[in-house]
Design a protein around this ligand. Structure first.
Ligand SMILES: Cc1cc2nc3c(=O)[nH]c(=O)nc-3n(C[C@H](O)[C@H](O)[C@H](O)COP(=O)(O)OP(=O)(O)OC[C@H]3O[C@@H](n4cnc5c(N)ncnc54)[C@H](O)[C@@H]3O)c2cc1C
Length: 473
């Protein structure tokens, strides 16, 4: 623990609290702005350098992509004493594969593309098959004007390529220097506006882009382009991904046996404690120890380091959080992303997009569907909502919307509601919230990984975990 750093943060906090009390600005804002002025050089932002021994006990909370990949990269570096605590009875988190009538379906993450370098490396190493996603060229799209489905071949492909090329050219320029590195440090101010505003400002045809980005943003659960800061969208649309999407049919792949199996294979022979919800964390600053208590047990275990990949806002319930942690974590926003596995009629299109529903006003309406196996009549429908309590309402809406298009859906076979896409709003980005968040990496023997740190895809969470382990161990 670096004493100077602790004093600086305490000073920043008391300054922030004082300003807050005067009603001028939030503690976070003050803290982050002060950090901006005094502490933003690349060398000073991570002062908490660990001197970890290979035998030190390291606890990881969460057995999703972030947690399992962190455990894997630690093992690769020779750390032998790593325990992963997972509250669910399975590995994978939002990589969640279920079996229906003998076929596997993903209720969470589905795709990889050729831009998924770390995921592909893991799949190769652990002998996990990545199969082509079938039927993409025959996807149907609901035309907003005629209210009829047409096939994707009618999209203006040439215009799309032109606008994609314009975008790729743009993101090579200076404001994008940091955005493609792991994390969101040192963000350029121009990226702290809603994505649609950024597109307008950069005179990239928003209409044509709707055809391009539209199909892989809102329907993939990332909220609405007029709300979500450009920083997130541009981090996601790195050039390799955009290039992959342009050559769509050959590049979209899925884990043939289900995404969850990738992490099950990577986690083999690791010390993973399933059904172990972390209920309390006490960090002893003097002993430099982290005590972890597990729900419904009398078990408390001591560790030298903690890597938290669970949702930070909910981890405030069990963490002995500092003022900075409370301030930052409580600003996190989410959407609720629902998936339904529903029986479909014969000859139901394998993939469908409904762009008329890609706005906040149209929450609860289906955004897209995917029939994973062309010969099996089950499709996964994807829907966004502000609330986790909308299952029934959404089910009714899906049936009625598809009925209007003359599709009679069958039974619902599986339902999931995910608290999804943790992010900060533009106002928080403008207060340099990520610099403050990266600034506490390593404080009190604690590191943070997971979706919030580098955007919600399997690849980007995995890349962040890899980078974190390289930086600190
Ligand atoms: C419907 C859907 C579709 C998606 N599609 C894609 C896609 O096609 N391609 C793609 O790349 N990404 C996709 N994603 C995103 C991707 O799945 C996630 O970004 C990624 O899997 C997140 O990994 P994570 O480890 O950060 O979080 P999580 O997977 O959420 O893992 C966190 C883990 O922490 C555990 N946990 C929480 N609290 C505690 C506690 N107190 N004690 C112990 N354990 C705890 C949770 O149970 C969970 O297992 C999709 C996500 C969803 C929901």
């Amino acid at each position: 623990m670096n004493e100077d750093r602790r004093k600086l943060i305490e000073a920043l906090l008391s300054a922030g609290a004082a300003i807050s009390a005067l009603g001028a600005t939030s503690t976070l804002a003050s803290c982050a702005n002060l950090l901006k002025n005094t502490d933003r050089s690349p060398n000073s932002i991570n002062n908490f350098i660990f001197t970890a021994l290979k035998t030190d006990r390291i606890a990881i909370i969460g057995a999703g992509a972030a947690g399992i990949s962190a455990a894997y990269y630690l093992r690769e570096k020779g750390y032998t004493n790593v325990v992963v605590f997972e509250e669910r009875s399975r590995i994978g988190g939002k990589c969640n594969s279920v079996h229906i009538d003998g076929q596997v379906y993903d209720m969470g993450a589905v795709f990889t593309t050729s831009s998924y370098t770390e995921v592909i490396a893991l799949a190769e190493k652990f002998n996990v098959d990545l199969g082509l996603l079938q039927g993409q060229d025959a996807a149907v799209i609901l035309d907003s004007e005629t209210a009829k489905f047409h096939t994707s071949s009618t999209i203006e492909k040439a215009a799309l390529l032109g606008v994609a090329a314009q975008y790729l050219q743009k993101i090579k320029t200076r404001p994008f220097q940091n955005i493609f590195n792991p994390g969101f440090r040192y963000l350029d101010l121009s990226l702290m506006v809603p994505f649609s505003e950024w597109l307008q400002k950069n005179s990239i045809s928003p209409k044509t882009l709707e055809s391009f980005f539209g199909y892989t943003f809102t329907p993939f659960g990332y909220g609405y382009t007029n709300e979500v800061p450009a920083a997130y969208a541009i981090k996601y649309y790195e050039s390799k991904l955009v290039t992959s999407l342009i050559q769509q049919s050959s590049n979209l792949r899925m884990v043939t046996a289900g995404y969850q199996t990738l992490w099950e294979k990577v986690a083999k022979n690791m010390d993973i404690r399933l059904n172990s919800a972390v209920e309390k964390i006490t960090r002893d600053r003097d002993r430099e120890m982290v005590s972890i208590q597990i729900k419904n047990t009398s078990i408390t275990e001591d560790f030298k380091f903690l890597i938290n990949t669970s949702p930070l806002d909910t981890s405030l319930k069990f963490l002995d959080a500092t003022k900075t942690e409370k301030n930052i974590f409580s600003q996190i926003k989410n959407y609720y992303y629902y998936t339904f596995a529903i029986e479909t009629p014969q000859n139901f299109p394998s993939t469908g997009f409904l762009p008329a529903n890609y706005s906040h006003a149209r929450q609860h309406h289906p955004l897209c569907w995917l029939k994973r196996w062309e010969k099996h009549n089950i499709a996964i429908f994807y829907v966004l909502s502000d609330s986790p309590n909308d299952t029934e309402l959404i089910q009714k809406t899906i049936y009625s919307d598809l009925n209007q298009k003359n599709y009679q859906l069958g039974k619902i076979r599986e339902t999931k509601c995910w608290k999804y896409f943790p992010h900060f709003e533009t106002a928080n980005l403008q207060r340099n919230v990520y610099d403050a968040l990266e600034g506490i990496q390593g404080e009190n023997q604690t590191l943070i990984a997971g979706e919030i740190m580098n955007f919600s895809t399997v690849e980007l969470t995995t890349r962040y975990s890899k980078n974190l382990i390289e930086r600190f161990f």
